[in-house]
Design a protein around this ligand. Structure first.
Ligand SMILES: [Cu+2]
Length: 496
């Protein structure tokens, strides 16, 4: 009886494992076929069944039915054993052969994945350091693959070979120091080798000085990227998150007229919020009157919304919300005022910077990408350059690399005229994370020069014949105006 129970649970385990394996591998093979460099994000498909869909659904249903039939056959066997007390099925034998079937089927699955989906792995690296990353991955994969094959073969073969047999007694093996030493030291040496190799590869990539590297700032936000080139002065203007105005200064660059306009908007907002706060009792009365003329039956949602609004005013929620907003804006105003006098901050270096919606790089030119984030942690991932770096708010991270293939070259090599390099976000950062990417074009120096020439400066230079503008924002100590004066509006020409 005991033997039968063991046999039955073994069979169930086998079926469960096969189901889990198919369920895991099926979606994997679907993902493996997605082209990471595709320019167009396909719109969600309308639900419609094609013939091939139906065939594949039928295949899954059939597979499930076959499994159910097997389960029922085993069930009948088990029930009959219970009734007659005679062993109908030799469970030991079934388990032993199932382990061999599992080994063969599993190996076939691994071989299939390597042969058919192995082709979908990334092609040869398009950056100078890429080979060393690939080399490291290949060593790690090679070693772990050999260990995987040897241990799996031994595990399932031994299950088969040493199955229980009539008149055969299992050997009792208590302890062996030599074995313990071997299986501790061998993995320790292998892992030390892999870790040190990874460490030295990373060190070589990140710690090798590259004096000729050009700098590009990559700015990540929910949900997109912007690139900033330093302009003719080859110097990035300063930036501060307190200067960010989503409409006119998305990168928070230190452009005095823009920052002053932002501060004045904030002052106006604070004034308006203060007024709202002071007139809350009057608003309450007015809204209560309004509500008394409405009815739930006639107005539905408008009625309940107004009711909620009244409740928020009565219980103080509205007032505390207004105070919170005023406080937040007040802090930002203070911070802006504290920096406005700084000559290091407002040194005009930002004026000729160029903010772009594509990244253009010159082939064989080293680059340092300096990363900044506006909101949450992102991760800049460039698979073809084998480069990835976290992009963290309030922290400057960087990655230096040299692109070694032009976009055109990659299109030829991949036999895909649509091929493009991209920088993707590789950190799940919110609802539109999947769409967060920026195109990278690698080209010749002359092509790059022609492109960068066409990009607009953050602040267009003032034309000499234009009438002299009043000294905009030069007086930072003056009482902030509650309305934005037209002469304080910056002439921003950013591409957003
Ligand atoms: Cu992101």
């Amino acid at each position: 009886m005991k033997k039968m129970m063991f046999g039955w649970s073994g069979a169930k385990l086998f079926l469960l494992a096969s189901l889990l394996l198919t369920a895991t591998l099926a979606p994997l093979s679907v993902f493996a076929q997605a082209d990471p460099a595709s320019d167009v994000i396909p719109a969600p498909k309308e639900f419609s069944l094609s013939t091939s869909d139906l065939v594949s659904y039928a295949y899954w249903v059939l597979a499930l039915l076959v499994l159910l039939v097997i389960v029922y056959i085993f069930n009948i066997g088990a029930a009959s054993e219970k009734l007659t007390g005679r062993a109908v099925i030799n469970w030991t034998k079934v388990n032993a052969w199932m382990s061999i079937i599992f080994l063969v089927a599993g190996s076939a699955g691994v071989a299939y994945e390597l042969i058919y989906h192995g082709k979908l792995l990334l092609p040869e690296a398009a950056s100078a350091h890429g080979d060393s990353i690939d080399n490291m991955f290949n060593w790690t994969f090679g070693i772990t693959f050999v260990v995987f094959v040897v241990t799996e073969v031994l595990l399932f073969y031994f299950l088969f070979k040493y199955r229980q047999k009539e008149g055969q007694k299992a050997a009792y093996y208590f302890h062996n120091n030599q074995l313990e030493i071997i299986w501790t030291i061998v993995p320790a040496i292998v892992l030390t080798f892999l870790v040190l190799r990874g460490y030295s590869t990373w060190h070589n990539i990140t710690q090798t000085p590259e004096p000729k590297a050009k700098q590009i700032e990559i700015f990540g936000y929910q949900f997109g990227w912007k690139a900033r080139y330093a302009g003719d002065d080859n110097k990035f203007g300063e930036a501060n998150f307190n200067f960010i105005d989503p409409a006119t200064n998305e990168l928070g660059l230190a452009i005095k007229p823009s920052v002053i306009a932002l501060r004045d908007t904030l002052v106006a907002d604070t004034g308006r919020l203060g007024k709202d706060l002071r007139t809350l009792p009057a608003i309450l009365k007015q809204k209560a009157d309004q509500l008394s003329k409405m009815s739930l039956a006639a107005d539905g949602k408008a009625y309940t919304d107004l009711e909620q609004e009244l409740e928020d005013i009565r219980n103080g929620n509205k007032a505390s919300e207004l105070r919170k907003m005023m406080k937040r804006k007040g802090v930002q105003i203070q911070r802006i005022n504290a920096t406005l006098a700084s000559k290091d901050m407002f040194n005009e270096a930002a004026n000729d910077d160029k903010v772009t919606t594509e990244i253009h790089l010159i082939k064989d030119q080293p680059y340092t990408f300096r990363y900044r984030a506006r909101d949450v942690i992102h991760s800049a991932y460039m698979p073809y350059f084998r480069a990835q770096m976290n992009v963290v708010p309030g922290m400057l991270t960087s990655f230096t690399f040299t692109p070694t293939k032009t976009t055109k070259q990659m299109q030829d090599e991949e036999k895909n005229p649509e091929f493009q390099f991209y920088l993707f976000c590789a950190k799940i950062c919110g609802s539109a994370h999947y769409n967060m990417k920026i195109k990278i074009v690698v080209e010749s120096e002359s092509e790059y020069n022609a492109w960068i020439e066409k990009q607009k400066r953050v602040v267009e230079p003032v034309q000499p014949e234009a009438p002299a503008a009043p000294a905009a924002g030069s007086d930072t100590t003056a009482t902030p105006k509650t309305a934005i004066k037209s002469n304080q509006k910056p002439s921003l020409a950013m591409g957003f």
